[in-house]
Design a protein around this ligand. Sequence first.
Ligand SMILES: *Cc1c(COP(=O)(O)O)cnc(C)c1O
Length: 381
Amino acid sequence: MTVTAERAIPFFAPDLFEADRDALLGALYEVGTDPEQKFILGRRTARLEDALRTRLDASDVVACSSGTSALTLILSAMDIGPGDEVIVPAFGCAPLASTVLSQGATPVFADVDPRALTMDPEHAEALVTERTRALMPAHMFSVMADMPRLRALASRAGVRLVEDSALAQGGVLAGRPAGRWGDAGVYSFVQVKIFGMPGEGGVVLTDDTDLAERVRMLRNHGQDGRNRFLHHHVGHNSRFDEVMAAFQLHRMAGLTERVDRRTEICSYYSERLADLADAGVVAPPVGGDGRFPYVYTLLCEDREGLRDHLAAQGIATHVYYPRILPEQPAFSEHACPGGHWPRASEAARRNISLPLYPHLSDARVEHVADAVRSFVHGSTR
Ligand SMILES: *Cc1c(COP(=O)(O)O)cnc(C)c1O
């Protein structure tokens, strides 16, 4: 069967910012012609930080150059370095391991919960040693990590809690937003994330004012923002772009509406797909608390079969993390020799994600759900 281009459903929407094109051009013009000629860390960045601070009831929000950099700045501000261990999930994106290694510290990989796909608090607890300095769980796809248990574990063990909430904007667990459970949390604004933008950027969120001040200095070469060329710390270049700040301030007005539409699509997928578990297609856990609509990820025994079946109907899918972190060439020498992460490995073998973006029409969402059902049942019923 051939599928015409206009019926095909891409996984990464090429037109995410189509409706905001004029706003983006306006922001570019405004910043470019502003007599101040300040292109980074100007008043628009400060306004974006303020807006997020208010929205999330955080003492401090520090905008920086990416989600990855936000994690690096936090670890660096916490003085985590050689000889220190940070417990991270074995299943997830590269920055979970690389940011720890870039500090000269060692990532210690914990297995994940088989459904939530987030760090298993019990395994994490078994990995705590006298060298452990922090736990760094990550929320994954559409499910927040078990933050109440991880918070309690961090307190009990006397270690810091770094919350990799890069992709979880909009998530709320027990009344507390994603990013607000850790000693510090982060968001990423890279294109495809829930509050994505056409560029690189991120933020650090924290109530720890000393930590925030340190992060603020570290993002700009260790300077304090008052005394130019006085470097208190060995810092980074992790500054935020004024054009993107103006664009994000513009986009924030529609954020709740976009999150709601994404949530609606996830709910529809779950309604249609939740009964397929016995047939080897497992939908993500449903229920509002601690859920957020970033990526809708199924676990499927015959993943390649499902991928091909959907592709034949013009539906593109994506496999995030086909390989666990401790088995990546870059990280394997730092992983516990002979270690096994069976549930992380299962997740890597079975995960497959469906298209999900706010402007996906109802008809297309139905088409995707029908197509997944027909893979299992040979019909759309
Ligand atoms: C996207 C992401 C990051 C990295 O953010 P960037 O802005 O791409 O650097 C880190 N952790 C998780 C869980 C992410 O999803």
